[in-house]
Design a protein around this ligand. Structure first.
Ligand code: GAL
Length: 359
């Protein structure tokens, strides 16, 4: 009897010790490792906090992926004067995360912070800062960020540029302008194999997509641009290159609400572009899985492997908007983005195997 009691006490003591030890572990060691991409779930960073990088894009540099996005913190606001659903949060800045495996993301901080002191500054919390993308300029050694810079009523329609010596900041804000004297809202930047960089932006009141060659330092428009998808109202451009052809994934123009995606192809980046159709397949493919494109990232070290990144906006609680990342499948020249509940990078290897077996 006594022995049993002693055993029990021992067990309780051991249990307590384990609990205390776990409590003493640094948060980072306690945080779970992610093994899958689960579209629409809350994605945690390596500290265990929800990843906050909306409307974002990736940059691969020296063996590391960097994920930049809108750091949407706090209450979602719909101003009294709003005549349309211009929901927004206060500007906090652009957040940055880093990862080696595209699954586990370390928070690097706010790399372009809001400017609280000056109510007229583009980055004042009362303004709008969206769709930041960062590219690396090999000639200057600088990291260059382009973003959509807005007034609270979305009438400013400008591009903002910031620069840094490091991928994880801080970035120095250089200012905003209307590139080629044209409105610039949803936007992305793309670096071609020859080192030339281009800004794609929804212009002319979101009706026409401009493609603008940047200067060699990537800081300004060069003056050479083309008007594409004229009066087709394409937004949320995401560009990639595959076997010498250029592809642009985009959404229609329905604010925070989802619509049908489209992919287009071109032999030359400045056009002419030809629309192929909706690449999404599976449940809710006609609503882009209730999400909107933001970027397409090649998986480095794998052939024909691209990840399409989308935002599933929660317009009344923008901070809690989710990420939908899906593999882009390229088969016999046809491009699809099939729905997956849960996946990892081995989907690309399986794809390769099944292609080989068919041959
Ligand atoms: C969307 C756009 C978002 C945001 C939103 C505001 O069309 O893609 O980035 O600007 O409108 O309503």
């Amino acid at each position: 009897m006594r022995n049993i009691k002693n055993n029990e006490i021992y067990m309780v003591r051991m249990l307590l010790l384990v609990v205390v030890c776990i409590g003493l572990l640094p948060i980072q060691m306690r945080a779970q490792k992610n093994s899958y991409i689960i579209p629409g779930e809350v994605w945690k960073d390596t500290d265990g906090n929800p990843i906050n990088a909306h409307g974002g894009g990736l940059l691969y540099h020296d063996g590391t992926y960097y994920w930049y996005g809108e750091y949407k913190k706090g209450k979602t606001i719909l101003p009294d004067w709003a005549t349309w659903e211009c929901y927004r949060t206060d500007v906090t800045g652009v957040g940055c995360y880093s990862s080696k495996d595209l699954l586990n993301w370390k928070f690097e901080g706010i790399v372009l912070p809001a400017v609280k002191e000056d109510p007229n500054h583009d980055l004042h919390p009362s303004k709008v800062l969206e769709r930041p993308k960062v590219i690396y300029n090999k000639k200057t050694g600088k990291f260059v960020m382009w973003a959509h810079v807005e007034s609270a009523d979305y009438s400013k329609a400008c591009a903002g540029v910031a620069v840094s010596d490091f991928p994880n900041g801080l970035f120095t804000y250089l200012g905003s302008f209307r590139p080629n004297n044209a409105m610039s809202r949803d936007q992305t930047v793309f670096v071609d194999d020859d080192g030339r960089a281009y800004q794609f932006y929804s212009s002319e009141n979101n009706e026409t997509m401009y493609i603008s060659l940047l200067t060699d330092d990537y800081l300004k428009p060069s003056g050479r641009f083309t008007r594409n998808f004229i009066k087709e109202s394409r937004e949320a451009p995401a560009v990639f290159k595959h076997k010498g052809k250029y592809y642009m994934l985009s959404s229609g123009c329905t604010g925070w609400d989802p619509n049908v995606a489209e992919i287009a192809v071109a032999d030359s980046i400045m056009g002419t572009w030809k629309t192929i159709g909706n690449p999404c397949t599976g449940p809710d493919a006609d609503k882009t899985f209730y999400a909107q494109s933001t970027y397409v990232q090649p998986v480095i070290g794998k052939k024909n492997a691209y990840i399409a990144m989308f935002d599933r906006w929660k317009k009344k609680d923008l901070e809690d908007s989710r990420y939908v990342w899906l593999p882009v499948l390229i088969k016999d020249g046809a491009i699809t983005i099939p729905w997956h509940e849960k996946w990892d990078l081995t989907v690309f290897d399986k794809q390769k195997k099944s292609d080989k077996q068919k041959k």
